[in-house]
Design a protein around this ligand. Structure first.
Ligand SMILES: [Zn+2]
Length: 245
């Protein structure tokens, strides 16, 4: 393989390596962010869960207070009923009846309140169950992400150091001025930096190379830039396989 061909080959490798480095660096950045996003979602669900639990607590307390009151008044009514048999004074008798009547009325209202409380409790418990399920799912997702993150990051780090080695090797073959041109284009243009020319057309910008330049390119002696987009170019027939990359 001629030196020119080796240089082109290494430039293409360099570009592939640089693309992979960018991708890996994005992964290294994105993974912890993704975990943080999941943790935030979990926290929101846990807050929601706590709110419902607090609400249920209040309802349960109201319920048990009502039940205690009902029981207390029921035993009062029972006692009064027993006493009623022994009352001889008519006035006293009526007074007791009225009192019992009031107690029963109050308890009936309490029973109605209890029934509506029971409905509220049912609604809140259903809500809680739904949120519980979501919490468990999200918790599993967070755990899964946490576990995978460590190995993912470790693997990416290893790949990165391997790629940096490949990059150094590629750089050794490419002459410094060409390398500087490569870095310059890379810092300014969208990928790719080095592109094939197919049937006289630059694959970077889809514009024709002047015939004179195209002839020189086909000779394969010197590394050229596309006169239009400034990307480094090579004739695709020199590297039939790389044309698809
Ligand atoms: Zn071009």
């Amino acid at each position: 393989m001629s030196l020119y061909m080796k240089q082109i080959e290494q430039l293409v490798t360099l570009q592939r390596v640089d693309d992979e480095i960018v991708k890996l660096e994005q992964t290294l950045e994105a993974t912890p962010k993704e975990l943080a996003r999941l943790e935030e979602k979990l926290q929101t669900l846990l807050d929601q869960e706590q709110k419902i639990k607090d609400h249920i607590d209040i309802l349960e307390k109201q319920k048990s207070k009502l039940e205690t009151d009902i029981e207390a008044d029921n035993s009062k009514i029972k006692k009064s009923k027993n006493k009623l048999m022994m009352v001889e004074n008519t006035k006293e008798y009526h007074a007791m009846l009225r009192e019992m009547d009031n107690l029963e009325k109050t308890n009936r209202m309490r029973e109605e309140e209890l029934a509506s409380l029971a409905e509220d409790l049912q609604t809140q418990n259903n809500l809680l169950q739904g949120v519980n399920e979501q919490v468990e799912k999200m918790r599993a997702q967070v755990e899964d992400k946490r576990e995978h993150m460590q190995s993912e990051l470790k693997e990416a780090d290893q790949q990165l150091s391997g790629l940096h080695d490949q990059r150094e090797n590629a750089k050794e073959v490419v002459p410094t001025p060409i390398l500087k041109r490569y870095e310059f284009i890379r810092s300014r243009l969208n990928n790719p930096v080095i592109v094939p020319v197919a049937e006289g057309i630059c694959c970077g910008c889809n514009i024709s190379i002047p015939p004179q330049k195209f002839n020189e390119l086909q000779r394969g002696e010197q590394i050229f830039n596309c006169p239009n987009c400034q990307r480094l170019i090579y004739w695709e027939e020199h590297f039939p396989k790389n044309g698809d990359q």
